[in-house]
Ligand binder design. Structure first.
Ligand code: KG4
Ligand code: ZN
Length: 334
């Protein structure tokens, strides 16, 4: 069964063709970073207009890459929230049009579990239950994936997402948008112990995160020290973020007696976080799953994969489906 996936929730237009939930026939991503870079962040109005220009040619290109025709698509999947309302509407309109004209099923999926499903496009497939950590530009959450389509929500960030902390701190240091990959690159040349940034562990709320204070600490440090060492500051920030993310996640693994960990989302590309998880999981004999970087950031293959599994669990949508810009994972799980 070939699913065509569409992802337009933020500033990436992506179309994928995935066979039987596993085999990626095409996964095309048209990034808008060069446009939004000029403004230092995503401009929603520009993002939706750009999706509109890109989506149809990208669908055709995905079919060309996979060397198949419209008649070979069995079903269409689209992420309908959370995200920017104008951007989501473009993807949903395109998906509905395909569903009507090709007379095939349509399934809307939540963007957050879709990120986690990127792990099921890799080898080996994680067995369940497993702990799922989503770290992206808009979200930071921990959940237990008990079985396909069934998550137990543990906690999320109370304020900024971890990717937001990277991006906003990068802005303070005059680094281009998106700041996460820049900080990651510069951190490799710096001393992570040079500056003692706070570790917001919030022991009273074990599975919740808070990153806005850390972002402010970077701002204050850079203001007080105009000649700050860029790579040391990046390395120290990366150290603080990875300490918090890894410790909280490993504690959740222990608390729930889990043996498998999956990470996902754009920040899951981060080399410091990946390395720390690798060594902590090895020490404890936990199986560690992380998608290759191109499947960590926003992409439509994860949407098609998620839809495949959820459809098999009995989930259905119809042409009246709507967009949910602030759909939370907690709501989805209930
Ligand atoms: O998952 P994603 O593409 O979009 C959302 O759903 O939010 O994540 C984008 C986020 C941005 O904040 C970006 O700075 C961050 O992922 N990111 C990274 C790295 N690569 C991307 N953060 C830290 N280190 C990286 N290597
Ligand atoms: Zn995302």
């Amino acid at each position: 069964m070939i699913w065509l996936g569409i992802e337009t929730s933020c500033d990436d237009t992506s179309v994928a063709l995935v066979k039987d939930g596993r085999e990626i026939l095409a996964n095309l991503i048209s990034s808008q970073i060069d446009i939004h870079k000029i403004y230092g962040g995503v401009v929603p109005e520009i993002a939706s207009r750009k999706h509109l220009e890109t989506i149809n040619p990208l669908i055709q290109e995905a079919l060309n890459v996979a060397n198949i025709g419209f008649e070979d698509i069995d079903a269409v999947a689209v992420s309908n929230g959370p995200g920017l309302i104008g951007s989501l509407l473009v993807g949903v309109a395109a998906a509905k049009t395909l569903a009507i004209t090709l007379n095939i099923p349509i399934l809307a999926v939540n963007h957050l579990p879709a990120h986690i499903y990127a792990n099921f496009l890799e080898e080996p497939i994680p067995e369940l239950p497993a702990l799922a950590l989503l770290i992206s530009g808009g979200h930071t959450c921990l959940a237990i994936m008990e079985e396909h389509g069934k998550f137990k929500f543990l906690g999320e960030t109370r304020d900024d997402a971890v990717g937001e902390c990277y991006d906003k701190s990068a802005r303070v240091m005059n680094l281009p948008y998106p700041g996460g990959p820049e900080i990651d690159r510069l951190a490799k040349e710096g001393d992570g112990k040079a500056i003692k940034f706070p570790r917001p562990y919030m022991s009273e709320s074990k599975y919740e995160f808070s990153f806005s204070g850390l972002k402010t600490a970077v701002l204050q440090y850079c203001r007080k020290n105009p000649d700050f060492n860029l790579s040391d500051t990046c390395a120290s920030l990366q150290e603080a973020i990875s300490d918090v993310v890894v410790r909280k996640t490993i504690n959740a693994m222990k608390d729930f007696n889990l043996k498998r960990l999956m990470i996902a989302g754009g920040v899951a590309c981060n080399s410091g976080i990946r390395q720390k998880f690798e060594s902590e999981c090895k020490k404890r004999n936990f199986e560690f799953f992380r998608p290759r970087p191109i499947l960590c950031t926003d992409n439509a293959a994860m949407v098609a994969c998620c839809a495949y599994y959820e459809y098999n669990c009995g989930k259905r949508s119809d042409l009246l489906l709507d967009v949910y810009p602030s759909a939370s994972w907690e709501y989805y799980i209930k």
